[in-house]
Design a protein. Structure first.
Length: 118
């Protein structure tokens, strides 16, 4: 099977570059522009690289974060908190305490809105 895989790589000389660019987050249209080729041809020839290109970098970052989170020191604490917030559904809460007597009622409203990133 590896021989077949290597043969396919030889037929597609830009497969490593396409995979890397996809891993960096570029769209198929952007990759086609960089490589001076047609987007449809790129998608037909390098479909696997375009689809799986982001998996390897994500796995490497996750591995690095995990190693930091299970390590020692200040960096480990930050990584562990991030890991637990994203993977274990931890969340931060705020508690506001007010002392004293108020002549009027006070209402605190805190809203958080999801913002779409461009």
């Amino acid at each position: 099977m590896s021989t077949e895989f290597e043969a396919n790589r030889c037929d597609r000389p830009l497969s490593s570059k396409v995979e890397a660019l996809a891993g960096f987050g570029l769209t198929a249209a952007d990759i086609a522009c960089v490589l001076a080729t047609d987007e449809q041809n790129l998608k037909a020839t390098y479909a696997h690289e375009l689809e799986s290109g982001g998996i390897k970098p994500t796995a490497r970052v996750a591995e690095s974060l995990y190693r930091k989170a299970t390590g020692e020191g200040r960096e480990a604490v930050t990584a562990a908190i991030f890991w637990l917030k994203t993977r274990a559904r931890w969340k931060e809460t705020s508690v506001h305490e007010v002392e004293g007597k108020l002549d009027t009622s006070v209402t605190f409203v805190t809203t958080y809105e999801d913002q779409k990133l461009l």
